[in-house]
Design a protein around this ligand. Structure first.
Ligand code: GEK
Length: 247
């Protein structure tokens, strides 16, 4: 079993005063951090394996955008098994991509898997059957989101699909408060202290900017996607599936 380094970043009060960055310190503890912070993270990865199995064709291509340490890339690889296809992971963070490239699991998949350090808003995409944004769009500036989705719609083959997993906010105050409390309790149940929870929240301010589920669905439809559906939901996190119609 792979050893997972424990996330203690926000145990020091100073960490809260600096904006959150996907740097080497975060790269070292990222699997522990995301599993203890994002309700349903493992379930979204399991779903991505199933969606990859259904949607990536032989000789096809799929992108994992904001791949971090490649968890969704690995799910896609599990989903397609021996099927010949190209899986492309892209992230802006050099420490993350360096770890992906050094990861033994990906070295064994060198025929299928490739990683790039790049900005997903500027990347020159080739045609693809599947694009995954697993908790990544929320880190882009709001004005970059619709143009990226439009670009991804263009690169998808007819019948191709987009997976968009995000943290959501809720307009109705009662619902918002209740789900925020549940999320905090989720973190406490995973042994984060109140100091750590408050520290991360402060560091993420203006870095992770959430939208409502309605904004996401409308934005996907405006980009041309059809059959937009929330296929996964856990507290205030969830994932959409959006399809490009067959020609
Ligand atoms: C997972 N998908 O484990 N271009 C490229 N990468 C970016 C950009 C950008 N413009 N902006 C942010 N990122 C992963 C989890 S984490 C989510 C995704 C989280 C990258 C950033 O460097 C980071 O690695 C990732 O998006 C977001 O399935 O930490 O909550």
């Amino acid at each position: 079993m792979r050893r997972m380094s424990k996330d203690t970043i926000f145990q020091s009060e100073g960490a809260a005063r600096v904006s959150f960055r996907f740097d080497d310190a975060v790269a070292r503890v990222f699997p522990d951090m995301i599993n203890r912070s994002v309700p349903g993270y493992a379930a979204s990865l399991d779903g991505i394996a199933l969606i990859a199995h259904q949607s990536i064709r032989p000789e096809g291509r799929a992108y994992d955008l904001g791949c971090t340490l490649g968890a969704a890339t690995l799910s896609m690889a599990q989903g397609i098994g021996q099927r010949p296809a190209q899986l492309v992971g892209i992230d802006l963070s050099e420490p993350m991509i360096a770890r992906c490239q050094a990861d033994q699991r990906f070295q064994e998949l060198a025929q299928q898997v490739h990683f790039h350090t790049a900005d997903i808003t500027e990347f020159d995409y080739e045609s693809a059957d599947l694009v995954v944004l697993n908790y990544t769009l929320q880190f882009l500036a709001p004005e970059q989101r619709a143009p990226l989705l439009e670009k991804l719609y263009q690169c998808l083959n007819p019948g191709g699909v987009l997976v968009l997993a995000e943290k959501f906010h809720f307009e109705e105050q009662g619902v918002a408060d209740r789900l925020t409390r549940l999320h905090f309790d989720f973190k406490r149940a995973h042994h984060y202290s109140d100091l750590e929870i408050a520290g991360k929240r402060s560091a993420l301010e203006n870095v992770l900017i959430t939208d409502t589920r309605e904004t996401h669905a409308q934005r996907l439809e405006s980009a041309g996607f059809e059959d937009v559906v929330l296929w996964h939901s856990a507290i205030n996190f969830g994932a959409f599936l959006a399809c490009k119609p067959d020609a």
